[in-house]
Design a protein around this ligand. Structure first.
Ligand code: ADP
Length: 423
């Protein structure tokens, strides 16, 4: 029954009671009696609703008038919300089950940094216990300064990899954080020790092979040099062959030198020197060295900051010199190459710009791979090893920086080493 019908019925009852009461000479008393009856009935219905609301999953009691309509609507709303809640609970349980079954460690952290939930795989990785540690601040329980620094910095654009030494044996862990909801975070923690070990073995293998090859190669190029000092002793065709052997031996020597340097920077990645570097002095030293090795080069220096960066001078020198030599190599002779040292916002930038051949954008993402060449003809003319930019990228990473490459075919290239400025 609708509200309108119920109200009309009540009014009718009052009017009829007033008329009947008037017949007997007590109209007011009759109306009061009827009003008391209606109120009593309403209180009775309210009580029934109250009792039903204590166990709302049961069917609502039978009710009369508008009460019946209200109760059945409440019941349907209640049913709908219970079903939605059950569905949500199912989804949460399904997600928790799948996270629980993962081989990676998973931990959910609330906006205050306290643990909400963690899976079993995480326990040996971070030394946590479930459910005892639930509700505790994560950074109070993980005793690794790198982890805590990364977690609190709130910049999760790149994953963290660190050596965790608190557990039964040292482990290399990779941590990825995904923020969600209201500043809650989901952390995936993976044991990458075997991958790191393989990578270390590969590095050591390359370093050892390069090292072992150096001695015989030095002997070969030494003898070739001696033989070529007296070219008259050989027929013309031997001289040509010996000259080519000498050039190739020289190329192999620079390859081995670059390979050794690369594996050294890679192995120093986590403990490079952190000296204050005088970039201006570095530029001047490089200009003097290039004046000797590349006498036709034109180097322009632009220095607009006296800020210092902290890192390894030898490594940074090798990176900037690789970039400058590339800029000279891949530009028409005599084209100016600009080295600049600037503060841009929060970043300190070492930039090497040329107006040379430029690089097609399709090559740029792969340029820093070892031995990647834009095209072989370009390379055979310049005699590069294909390792220069790989070295530059690793130097940047080992010194908390990054390498940015911008280039347009036919217009020139800009290589920028970006380092964070310290306060
Ligand atoms: P390479 O020893 O061959 O120079 P790099 O790793 O230093 O090896 O460079 C990779 C490739 O990138 C080069 O072969 C060259 O084609 C291209 N390249 C690097 N620097 C420049 C530049 N400044 N201008 C044009 N091309 C460049």
């Amino acid at each position: 029954m609708t509200w309108f019908a119920a109200t009309s019925r009540t009014l009718l009852l009052i009017i009829v009671s007033a008329c009947v009461g008037a017949l007997y000479g007590y109209p007011q008393e009759a109306v009061i009696l009827v009003l008391l009856g209606i109120s009593g009935f309403s209180f009775y219905q309210i009580r029934r609703v109250q009792l039903w609301l204590q166990t709302p999953e049961k069917m609502p009691p039978d009710a009369y008038g508008a009460w019946g309509d209200i109760l059945s609507r409440m019941y349907f709303l209640q049913r709908g919300s219970l079903e939605a809640q059950a569905q949500l609970q199912d989804t949460v349980e399904y997600l928790q089950d799948s996270f629980a079954a993962m081989r990676d460690g998973v931990v959910m952290v609330d906006a205050n940094g306290c643990i909400k939930w963690l899976n079993r795989s995480l326990e040996p990785l971070l030394g946590l216990r479930s459910p005892e540690d639930t509700g505790q601040p994560l950074t109070n329980l993980v005793r690794a300064p790198e982890f805590n620094r990364y977690f609190l910095a709130m910049d999760y654009s790149t994953p963290l990899q660190y050596l965790a030494i608190g557990g039964e044996k040292p482990l290399y862990l990779r941590v990825e954080v995904t923020p969600f909801g209201k500043a809650e975070r989901l952390l995936f923690v993976r044991d990458v020790s075997s991958a790191v070990l393989m990578e270390k073995m590969r590095r050591e293998f390359v370093a050892n092979v390069s090292h072992e090859l150096r001695t015989p190669l030095t002997v070969i190029s030494g003898y070739l040099g001696t033989l070529l000092m007296d070219t008259k002793a050989f027929p013309e065709r031997y001289v040509k062959a010996l000259t080519q052997m000498g050039q190739q031996a020289e190329r192999m020597e620079s390859l081995l030198k670059d390979l050794l340097w690369l594996s050294r920077i890679e192995s120093e990645q986590y403990n490079s020197a952190h000296d204050a570097i005088d970039v201006q002095g570095l530029f001047h030293e490089l200009r003097d060295d290039l004046a000797e090795s590349h006498p036709n080069s034109v180097l322009v220096l632009e220095i607009s900051t006296d800020e210092t960066i902290f890192g390894d001078y030898r490594q940074l020198y090798s990176a900037v010199s690789n970039l400058a030599i590339n800029a000279i190599k891949y530009s028409p002779e005599g084209n100016p190459v600009t080295l600049s040292w600037t503060l841009q916002g929060d970043d300190l930038c070492v930039q090497v710009r040329d107006r040379g051949l430029g690089i097609d954008s399709s090559h740029i993402p792969r340029l820093t791979e070892r031995f990647y060449r834009v095209d072989d003809s370009r390379n055979s003319a310049t005699g590069g090893t294909g390792l220069g930019l790989a070295i530059v990228k690793h130097v940047a990473a080992a010194n908390d920086g990054q390498l940015k490459i911008e280039s347009k075919l036919g217009e020139g290239s800009t290589f920028t080493l970006i380092f964070p400025a310290r306060g």
